[in-house]
Design a binder for this molecule. Structure first.
Ligand SMILES: [Fe+2]
Length: 372
């Protein structure tokens, strides 16, 4: 057994003891429910280490969905069971009554099932468009009203497959954006496995082009292959680089940082000075940085707007505070940091590590720039 499976295994055993056994059912349905819970762990066995990162054994859509639902149930019910058992302890301390184990387990089971099914639906549905007007200091009048679409954390996989990506692309193109930004986490899987699924991004259309930066997940699966493939699909990756976009007499600088994971894995490291090298004076800068955690440092470099993703908005309420802490206080939405505006997208799709969203919808982000 792989060491990283020990924690989910312990969680499953806890859930069988606290959730399945108290249900007043014959032995065989309880055994079956326990085995179904344990089946969710099998997904961990599908990751195979390779010299370039990981490879994942390919699954049909239905099997991938099954694993997602079971794992989501394990996570959601775990938090609810902790609450139930905390109440059980207090009950035992402060009352002499017997605890209604059966009804408590039934309530947690039913609530977990509903939350799991809704959360999986919410994670997999076509993302709505989130529209934002953003005032940029020093923006030239020719860019007033410019539309920038942002797609981030697509995490293409068996569930976010070719059809799902095509629908996202069609919805994005229907917005008629002038510029499209893709700040990372395009895929989960090798080029061989996922290229067909991500290929619809080749059809993204914007007058000023499609630009991206790497996310941490680009380093986990065939990094060199994906860098070539993304360029082939028409995404200009900004790797500590910037470009100046012009419209009439107005100019705008777009800069991009590779994800900080690159430096940890022997690839190009995140370097803000390099990314902003030779930028023209008095031209506002929009920066793509996949993770929002370095935003306070980035804000010291006269940047008008930073766009990020990575956090998935916390995904479920109980994880929000943890995700906030890990990302230096940034989870989703707008933040003002000195003179810089930061927007953290909750992501455009789902992540198959935990394909569940509760009260945290994904989105296609559409910014409309305004002169400030
Ligand atoms: Fe990420």
């Amino acid at each position: 057994m792989r060491a990283f499976m020990l924690i989910p295994l312990a969680v499953c055993i806890y859930e069988i003891a606290s959730l399945i056994l108290p249900l007043k059912l014959p032995l065989w349905p309880r055994l079956l429910a326990g085995l179904l819970l344990l089946s969710g762990l099998a997904k961990s066995l599908l990751y195979k280490p390779t010299p370039e990162g990981f490879e994942i054994y390919e699954l049909p859509y239905g099997v991938a969905l099954w694993f997602a639902v079971v794992f989501n149930f394990v996570v959601v019910s775990f938090f609810l069971l902790l609450a139930k058992d905390a109440i059980w302890i207090l009950w035992k301390i402060f009352t002499r009554e017997s605890f209604p184990d059966y009804y408590a387990a039934l309530f947690v089971f039913s609530l977990s099932l509903c939350a799991t099914l809704y959360g999986t639906y919410e994670a997999l549905k076509l993302p709505p468009v989130a529209r934002h007007e953003v005032a940029i200091k020093g923006l030239g009048k020719d860019f007033d009203g410019m539309k920038i679409a942002m797609l981030v954390d697509i995490h293409t996989d068996e569930l976010t497959n070719h059809n799902a990506v095509k629908k996202i692309v069609d919805r994005t193109n229907a917005l008629n954006p002038d510029l499209i930004l893709m700040p990372g986490d395009f895929v989960d899987g090798t080029v061989k496995a996922r290229s067909h699924d991500l290929e619809p991004i080749r059809d993204l259309k914007a007058k000023h082009g499609v630009f991206g930066v790497t996310g941490n997940h680009e380093y986990y699966f065939d990094f060199n292959g994906w860098m070539k493939e993304l360029e082939e699909f028409g995404v200009k990756l900004l790797n500590n680089e910037n470009v100046v976009i012009s419209s009439g007499d107005s100019r705008l600088t777009l800069a991009g940082l590779p994800d900080r994971t690159g430096g940890m894995m022997g690839k190009t490291a995140h370097n803000i000075d390099e990314a902003l090298k030779d930028i023209p004076d008095d031209v506002p800068v929009i920066l793509m940085d996949h993770q929002p955690g370095a935003a306070r440092e980035n804000a010291k470099h006269n940047i008008a707007l930073q766009v990020s993703g990575h956090t998935h908005g916390g995904q479920i309420p109980i994880m929000y505070s943890l995700v906030k802490k890990i990302n230096n206080g940034f989870v989703r939405g707008w933040y003002d940091i000195e003179e810089m505006k930061l927007y953290v997208s909750p992501g455009t799709s789902q992540w198959n590590g935990f394909a569940c969203r509760l009260f945290d919808p994904s989105e296609i982000t559409l910014f409309t720039l305004r002169c400030d």
